[in-house]
Ligand binder design. Structure first.
Ligand code: NAD
Ligand code: DAU
Length: 340
């Protein structure tokens, strides 16, 4: 197989970080360039095992820095762009939407322009099921690729805007693109501001777990490795211009998720504290992954096997998440959860 150059943006974050390790190890004949700004959500300690590998290079840069990005693309002539870099936390987007537009919309447009300029083989845009808005609690309804885009938070609106730009660059300029829309991920290196790692880290420290509203909102959980395998498949086999939903039919209420973790760690439900609801809190997400399954994808984790593996990982890697929760994150937590 010929050598290929792969640019991964946001490869110091949660999903991008797992993806970088996945492809560096799976494809020794691909040269992987991890471009990341190292915001609060990015860290390179996770890549200790691969940083010396010949097929791995890190580039610290901002995807919105047009001049730098265009020059870089001209110099390296990447074959594939796998675009994860984003501001990703809904609660932060409610407090401060501006940076979400800057990174998620403008940053994506800069990457699209650079990809068009050098003529990449494929641009994979990693998007989210949140662009579809919310479902009601009828368990027979799912998001399909034809579901209208109806984002409800500044975060999902910024992702939806970037999806539309990606589509437009395909329709107008013929850029070979795919968009993936995945449900909620969990697994190793998940930043502890998100529900599952927040719950695991707080339960392990015997601290209260904040549950928004009545805890009945539903999310559809997928282990990050199953998401990585989906992107690998779409990158190689996805039909240009197509959208692929990614999800494994693992719907749980938030309360069920928190109670499962508490039970696995042999602690008490008294740790649960119901707090003020998130503004515009989407009721339910649920993915119909039929189109991706037809391309050959199948998840390896159920929610039960995945959550057990994830809890074990957090137990074995305390130093990784402790350095986060003992840093600037403390101020974020205090401001976000004034009553906990
Ligand atoms: P994350 O917040 O953990 O990581 C984001 C990474 O992007 C960080 O390393 C950060 O430093 C980097 N970054 C931010 N701004 C940048 C900029 N201007 N230039 C370069 N790098 C920058 O996010 P995540 O949870 O890993 O999500 C990755 C992608 O997957 C996002 O696009 C998100 O919308 C999408 N997604 C996430 C989920 C989920 O459950 N977490 C589900 C579906 C889709
Ligand atoms: O669906 C995919 C999306 O999943 C991704 O696009 C986002 O990047 C990712 O952050 C995630 O968004 P959510 O808002 O669903 O994830 P979060 O972990 O923030 O919240 C999950 C659910 O748990 C949600 O219903 C809100 C609730 N929650 C969250 C936090 C942080 C709580 O009840 N308490 C909390 O403290």
């Amino acid at each position: 197989m010929a050598r290929k150059k792969i640019l991964v943006t946001g490869g110091a974050g949660f999903i991008g970080g797992n993806f970088v390790q996945f492809i560096v190890n799976k494809y020794p004949n691909y040269d992987i360039y991890n471009l990341d700004l190292l915001t609060y959500a990015g860290d390179l300690t996770k890549h200790k095992q691969i940083e010396e590998k010949k097929n791995y290079t890190f580039i610290k840069a901002d995807i919105s820095d047009r001049k730098f990005i265009i020059e870089l693309f001209k110099k390296e002539e990447f074959d594939y762009v796998i675009h994860f870099a984003a501001e990703s936390h809904v609660d932060r987007s409610i407090k401060d939407p501006g940076i979400f537009i800057e990174t998620n919309v403008t940053g994506t447009q800069v990457l699209l322009d650079a990809s068009k300029e050098v003529g990449v083989t494929k641009f994979v845009h990693v998007s989210t099921d949140e662009v579809y808005g919310e479902l009601d609690f009828d368990p027979s309804t799912f998001f399909t690729e034809e579901t209208p885009i109806q984002p409800n938070s500044p975060y999902s609106a910024s992702k939806a805007s970037s999806d539309l730009l990606v589509r437009a660059y395909h329709e107008t300029y013929g850029l070979p693109v795919n968009i993936t829309r995945c449900s909620n991920n969990y697994g190793p290196y998940h930043f502890p501001e998100k529900l599952i790692p927040l719950t695991i880290s707080r339960v392990l420290n015997d601290q209260k777990v904040p549950v928004y509203g009545d805890g009945k909102n539903i999310r559809d959980w997928l282990h990050v490795i199953d998401h990585c395998a989906a992107i690998d498949l779409v990158m190689h086999k996805g039909e240009n211009g197509e959208v692929y939903n990614v999800g494994g039919h693992n719907e749980r209420t938030n309360l069920e998720v928190v109670q499962t973790i508490i039970k696995e760690l042999d602690k008490s439900d008294d740790l649960i504290e119901f707090v003020k609801d998130r503004l515009g809190h989407d009721k339910r997400y649920a993915i119909d992954p039929t189109k991706l399954e037809e391309l050959g994808w199948e998840p390896i984790y159920t929610f039960d096997t995945g959550i057990a593996q994830t809890i074990r990982w957090y137990l074995d890697n305390k130093e990784w998440w402790e350095q986060i929760i003992n840093g600037d994150y403390r101020d974020y937590f205090k401001a976000q959860y004034t009553t906990v």
